[in-house]
Design a protein around this ligand. Structure first.
Ligand code: PMP
Length: 415
C-alpha cells in the first residue's frame, strides 16, 4: 500500500531527534502515541486566543472556549459513531472512565451473588475496578481464559457468561499480546443474559475503525494520549439510557441543576459526570487528534500497521532464542507484540535496545494475572503507530540481534 509516510513523519518532529546518538525508533506507542503538530498547534492556539472557563461565562471568550470544548465532544461522537454528543463523557483517561462505570453504574446493577466477567488478559485498569466492585457487592469476578495463541477462548466465554452475569468487561485489543478480541460476539452473549458490555478501547482507537453502535457496546472507554492527543483527557461513551441511570461519582461545580442547604440535583448526562473545570485544552487537542487520524482514515491506518506487523512478526518469530507471545497471524492482532529473549531479563533487553535508539517497553504491562498465566514476570513489548516505517522494524530486529550478542555473547553468524 502506498502510504504517505514522509508527509506523516514530518508532522512528528520528535521522531527526528537522536537518542543515545542513534536514530530514534519509537516503538512504545501502546503506552503513549506521539502528538502530531496539528494537535500541539491546536492546544497552543487555544491558549493564545481562547483560554477561559467553559459553560459559565456570558462573555465572548468563554462562549468561544465552550464552543471549542463542545465541538470536540461532537468530534468524538462522530469518530465513535455514537448517536449523540450527549453520549460522550470527558474524563481524565481510560482508567478514570472504567472506574466511573464500575462505581457509578456497577454499584447500581451488581448485587450479592451476581457475577462480573472479564478476561485474563485485561489491563489492571479493566480488572481492579471490577475486583473492587465484586468485593463491595459480594459478587464474584470470573475470567474468560485464553487459547494458547493468546486469543479469547470463546468456549470459556460461553461457560463463564451465565444468567448471574451482570457485567462483561473486555479490551477490544489487548495491550500485551495485541489480540483483536471478538467484542461483537461478546456483546451478543452478554445481552442474551441481560448483562452489560463494557469495552476498554485504549489499544483500539488509533489503530482500527470503531463503531460503538455496530459493536453494540454499552460503555466504551479510551484515553486521548493513545491516539496523539495530550495526556489527561479520556472518554467514556455510554448508551443514553444507561448514562441517565448512572450516578455521578464526583460532585461539585458544573454538574448540578439545583442546590439547597440540604439537597442537590444533577444536570443531564454528560455534564453530571464532569464536576469542576474540565480539561478544556486536552479536549481540544483530542478533537485535533481525531481530525488528524481521520485525514488518513482508520481503515487505511489499520492496513498500513498490518503491513508493518506482517514484516515484524515473522522476523521476530524466526530469531532463535526469542519467544513471541500472542497470535502468530498478524491478521488477528493490532500493532502490539510482546516478546522475551531467552536468558535475558526484559529490562536488560529494553535498556540495551535504548542504547541503540530503539524505544520499547519492558515490564508486566499492568497485566500481572496474564504474566502469571504466561509463567513470566515481565516481557519486552514493541508497538507501532501510523508514523512507524520499515526502518524502525529493521532497527528493532537488528537491535535484538546486537543485544543478544552483547549480553549473551552470541555470534551473529550463528543466526
Ligand atoms: N487499558 C489498556 C488496554 C491499556 O493499554 C491502557 C494503557 N496502557 C489502559 C487501559 C490505561 O490507560 P490510561 O493509563 O491512559 O488510563
Amino acid at each position: 500500500m502506498s502510504w504517505p509516510i514522509n508527509e506523516i513523519r514530518a508532522d512528528f518532529p520528535i521522531l527526528d531527534q537522536r537518542i543515545n546518538e542513534e536514530r530514534l525508533a519509537y516503538l512504545d506507542n501502546a503506552a503513549t502515541m506521539q502528538s502530531p503538530l496539528p494537535v500541539t498547534r491546536a492546544v497552543d492556539a487555544y491558549y493564545a486566543t481562547t483560554h477561559s472557563n467553559v459553560h459559565r461565562g456570558v462573555y465572548t471568550l468563554s462562549n468561544q472556549a465552550t464552543a471549542a470544548y463542545e465541538g470536540a465532544r461532537q468530534k468524538v461522537a462522530t469518530f465513535l459513531n455514537a448517536a449523540s454528543a450527549n453520549d460522550i463523557v470527558f474524563t481524565r483517561s481510560t482508567t478514570e472512565s472504567l472506574n466511573l462505570v464500575a462505581c457509578g453504574f456497577g454499584d447500581l446493577v451488581v448485587h450479592a451473588g451476581d457475577e462480573i466477567v472479564i478476561s485474563v488478559a485485561e489491563h489492571h485498569s479493566n480488572l481492579i475496578p471490577w475486583q473492587q466492585l465484586a468485593a463491595r457487592a459480594g459478587a464474584t469476578l470470573k475470567y474468560i481464559e485464553l487459547k494458547t495463541d493468546g486469543t479469547f477462548d470463546m468456549t470459556s466465554a460461553a461457560a463463564q457468561i451465565t444468567s448471574k452475569t451482570k457485567i462483561v468487561a473486555v479490551a477490544q485489543v489487548g495491550n500485551v499480546m495485541g489480540a483483536i478480541n471478538p467484542v461483537t460476539a461478546l456483546a451478543q452473549m452478554a445481552h442474551q443474559v441481560g448483562a452489560y458490555l463494557v469495552v476498554d478501547g485504549a489499544q483500539a482507537v488509533s489503530h482500527l475503525p470503531v463503531d460503538v453502535q455496530q459493536l453494540d457496546a454499552d460503555f466504551y472507554a479510551f484515553s486521548g494520549h493513545k491516539m496523539g492527543a495530550p495526556t489527561g483527557i479520556g472518554v467514556l461513551y455510554g448508551k443514553p439510557a444507561l448514562l441517565e441511570q448512572m450516578d455521578p461519582v464526583q460532585y461539585g461545580g458544573e454538574m448540578i441543576s439545583q442546590v439547597t442547604r440540604t439537597t442537590a440535583t444533577w444536570k443531564a448526562a454528560p455534564l453530571k459526570f464532569e464536576a469542576g473545570t474540565p480539561n478544556i485544552s486536552g479536549a481540544i487537542g483530542l478533537g485535533a487528534a481525531i481530525d488528524y487520524l481521520q485525514q488518513y482514515g482508520l481503515a487505511n491506518i489499520q492496513t498500513y500497521e498490518h503491513e508493518l506487523m506482517a514484516s515484524l512478526l515473522p522476523q521476530l518469530l524466526a530469531l532463535p532464542g526469542v519467544t513471541v507471545y500472542g497470535p502468530t497471524d498478524p491478521a488477528l492482532r493490532g500493532g502490539v507484540v510482546a516478546f522475551n529473549i531467552d536468558g535475558l531479563h526484559p529490562h536488560d533487553a529494553a535498556t540495551g535496545l535504548d542504547l541503540l535508539g530503539v524505544e520499547v517497553r519492558a515490564g508486566h504491562h499492568c497485566a500481572q494475572p496474564l504474566m502469571q498465566d504466561l509463567g513470566v514476570s515481565a516481557t519486552a513489548r514493541a508497538s507501532v503507530a501510523l508514523y512507524n516505517n520499515q526502518t524502525d522494524i529493521d532497527q528493532l530486529i537488528d537491535g535484538i540481534k546486537q543485544v543478544k550478542e552483547f549480553f549473551l555473547h552470541e555470534s551473529r553468524s550463528n543466526e
